[in-house]
Write a protein that binds this ligand. Structure first.
Ligand SMILES: *Cc1c(COP(=O)(O)O)cnc(C)c1O
Length: 391
């Protein structure tokens, strides 16, 4: 069958481990911490990496290898490594590639724990970070120093759903010889392939849309083989590996990624349209609404708009809190990318420790609500948001 170029869905479903002697149709779960050797020579050659084979599940396991191979295929990446969580992927990727004295240029609006890692922990090892405003891409170059090694961003951003032009980042990275790393969690490889636009590495929290059902945590980094080699060696010794069970769950989830994400996006666009016409809403941000400041960039680099909609309720912090209190069907939860619709109010929760100025610098206004639109009947989601906005 190799003369055919298969489509995204076919690869997601058919790309799987070889069958065992039992001829199972669905890939089995390899819950084993280690693997056995034939003899002393086999063992020697395996440890010397003269053979590609599994030794110990902290290094590799058939289930994690299947997951890595599938995501590499989807992202157009050479190689990858799977982690226990998205944050393990972020931390291990940076820790493997950076030395004391190195500098990161990062988008200001990045995932909260990533921001904490850069500002609180990396300075302990003399690794510093400068942040650029995602809505002022023309200023990025001014933050690059002689010791800058990595350029980092997420697009769309969390929670304000801003969009960054990946080609602009890639041009800068090439000009200054930086490693461009993109957290592609909000888009998934179904909607956006950063490597196609010039990224060197792509990180995912698989906990979100890749699992898609709020069950397991996971993370992955894919990209250039020489960089992944460094990340692999670091991780093989430090132990952030994904469990085979979670890898098995996540690999199964990838079989339905395309249909799920397609429907998430269809529902999200309808929710965004509803919100844009609601009198209690000041503004709405969704990549594929014409009113989005980066609508043209979103259309260029994303297949559809994703499942997260941000909007501003009239009345600031109190209105945001009251909106959450009146929600009936949707969940108040810290996750996103679940089948269940989730609403959060960053100013009073995840970002409440920041000052108003710090929040505004990352596009978080007092009345900002983030909706991770799920797969329920879309009219039921809209009805719930509507009644909570009216109260
Ligand atoms: C959730 C998330 C992470 C962290 O992933 P975990 O699996 O929760 O550790 C990193 N980046 C983004 C954009 C996320 O949404």
């Amino acid at each position: 069958m190799s003369e055919f170029e298969f489509g995204f869905e076919t690869n997601a479903i058919r790309n799987q481990l070889e069958r065992t002697q039992y001829l199972e149709h669905s890939v089995p779960l390899y819950l084993t911490s280690s693997f056995v050797f034939e003899d002393a020579e086999d063992m020697r050659a395996s440890f010397a990496e003269e053979k590609e084979r599994n030794i110990y599940s902290r290094f590799s396991n058939p289930n994690t290898s299947e997951l890595v191979q599938k995501i590499c295929q989807m992202e157009g990446a050479e190689d990858g490594f799977a982690f226990a969580t998205g944050m393990a992927a972020v931390y291990s990727t940076f820790a493997a590639l950076l030395n004391s004295g190195d500098h990161i240029v990062s988008a200001g609006s990045v995932f909260g724990s990533t921001h904490t890692l850069f500002t609180k922990y990396f300075p302990k090892w003399n690794i510093t970070t400068s942040y650029f405003d995602v809505n002022k891409p023309e200023t990025i170059e001014s933050f690059i120093q002689p010791n800058t090694k990595i350029l980092y961003a997420e697009s769309p951003t969390n929670p304000a759903v801003d969009i960054i032009d990946l080609e602009v980042l890639s041009t800068l990275a090439k000009k200054h010889n930086l490693i461009l790393i993109i957290d592609n969690c909000f888009a998934t490889p179904y909607l956006q392939k950063p490597i196609h636009f010039g990224a060197d590495l792509v990180i995912h929290s698989a906990t979100k849309l890749i699992d898609g059902q709020g069950r397991v945590l996971g993370g992955i980094t894919v990209g250039k083989a020489d960089l992944i080699r460094e990340i692999y060696l670091f991780s093989r010794n430090t132990g952030p590996a994904l469990s085979p069970f979670n890898a098995w769950v996540l690999s199964k989830s990838l079989e339905t990624l395309a249909v799920r994400v397609e429907k998430h996006c269809e529902n999200a666009l309808k929710v965004a349209d509803f919100l844009e016409n609601n009198p209690n809403v000041l503004s709405v941000k969704y990549p594929l609404l014409k009113s989005h400041p980066q609508y043209e960039v979103a259309k260029k680099q994303m297949k559809l708009g994703g499942n997260v909609v941000a909007f501003e309720v009239k009345g600031g912090i109190e209105a945001g809190r009251s909106f959450l209190n009146n929600i009936k069907l949707c969940s108040l939860s810290a996750n996103l990318g679940d089948t269940r619709t989730i609403v959060t109010h960053p100013a009073s929760t995840t970002h409440s420790k920041l000052t108003v100025e710090e929040r505004l610098a990352v596009s978080i206004t007092d009345g900002l609500v983030r909706v991770s639109v799920g797969l329920e009947t879309v009219q039921d989601i809209i009805n719930d948001l509507d009644q909570a906005l009216t109260k």
